[in-house]
Design a protein around this ligand. Structure first.
Ligand code: PBG
Length: 334
């Protein structure tokens, strides 16, 4: 196989991998702190942060420590923060009253964080009922115990107004109710909040990887969410959901979970002209932390590899519980 011109193999892709400087120069995908968004939990009625067993390193914040986490996020150069409120159990009810109460924990947290960061960080809020209902579903139930789509939309409209009133820059409807984006857009516009954006959870799958999140929000969910979240077996319905969300006025769209759905992310990223986000969820975080704690994988490399893969598949923004830590590493050039 040798030739007069240097022999076989004449083409050597390894030349572009010879040293770190070369690899850095030819890298196609880079992570930047500004595209990372930190999901954060704030719990009512606690005086110290509560660590989450299944998410080592993540806590339920007090109002005070949440403000500190937001200040650190600014310091680290993050793009945004996504807030989840955990009301006291006694306040949860069938319609999720704390989700619309101006004094509800999420609304208080939005005000706290805006007071802390102003416009230096994009403040987002989860727009969904499951953190606020005593049954743990993402909507209100009908007489037969099923999630009632249209009755839920009315609650989402009220939530959108409450969150915008509190100062959210972006609301993130995550309940997968049909028509939610339009109803929320109309509610926001009707209340003078034309400038509040909607980050639509466009392709949200009924995933086993949400497990640790249920602990994080103290959810009492019985059963599952398979009548409203998507079937992991399906790709086409994501494109259908995408078309609907865009037609209804979504400003940004999201795929969730991230790593098991990179094919969906890639398809969506290729077909839209709005920013695309991906949510690296609680179970994805837990898997890496658990394996690393056992010494089975190199934690930092694994984290960077997952985020790079999500970025490579087409996400312009990534929600990740590692956001602040990773942003600091990136700033140090590691
Ligand atoms: C619904 C919501 C969930 C997550 C974000 N928003 C839970 C669910 O749909 O069951 C999961 C996030 C994670 O697992 O990290 N409010």
């Amino acid at each position: 196989m040798s030739s007069a011109y240097g022999g076989f193999p004449g083409v050597r892709p390894r030349r572009l991998r010879v040293n770190p400087a070369m690899r850095r120069m030819v890298a196609e995908t880079r992570l930047h702190p500004a595209e990372l968004i930190l999901p954060a939990f704030v719990r009512e009625g606690i005086s110290e942060p509560v660590p989450l067993a299944a998410m080592p390193g993540v806590v339920q914040h007090t109002r005070d420590t949440l403000r500190k986490a937001a200040a650190e996020a600014v310091e680290a150069g993050l793009g945004g923060i996504m807030l989840f409120g955990v009301p006291e159990d006694a306040k949860k009810d069938a319609v999720g009253t704390p989700g619309t109460d101006p004094e509800g924990i999420l609304q208080m947290a939005i005000r706290d964080v805006r007071a802390e960061v102003g416009d230096d960080l994009v403040v987002m809020s989860d727009l969904c009922l499951d953190e606020h209902t005593d049954h743990g579903h993402c909507g209100v139930l009908d007489a037969a115990g099923r999630v009632d789509n249209d009755a839920t939309l009315e609650r989402y409209a009220e939530m959108a107004r409450a969150q915008a009133e509190a100062g959210a820059h972006v609301v993130g409807p995550s309940g997968m109710m049909d028509g939610q984006v339009r109803v929320i857009r109309e509610a926001l516009d009707g209340a003078g909040h034309q400038d509040v954006s909607i980050l639509a959870y466009t392709a949200k799958y009924a995933s086993a990887f949400y497990g640790p999140f249920r602990e994080a929000v103290g959810s009492s969910l019985q059963g599952d969410r398979k009548t409203y979240q998507q079937d992991p077996a399906n790709a086409r319905e994501s494109l259908r959901e995408l078309a609907l969300d865009l037609a209804e006025g979504a400003d940004m769209v999201m795929v969730k979970p991230a790593l098991p759905y990179l094919d969906i992310l890639s398809k969506i990223a290729e077909s839209v002209d709005v920013p695309v986000a991906a949510y690296q969820i609680s179970g994805e975080y837990a898997m890496v932390e658990a394996a690393a704690a056992n010494g089975w994988i190199d934690r930092d490399r694994a984290i960077m590899e997952t985020l790079t893969s999500i970025r490579r598949a087409g996400a312009g923004m990534i929600l990740t519980y590692w956001a602040t830590e990773v942003a600091r590493l990136l700033r140090r050039g590691e």
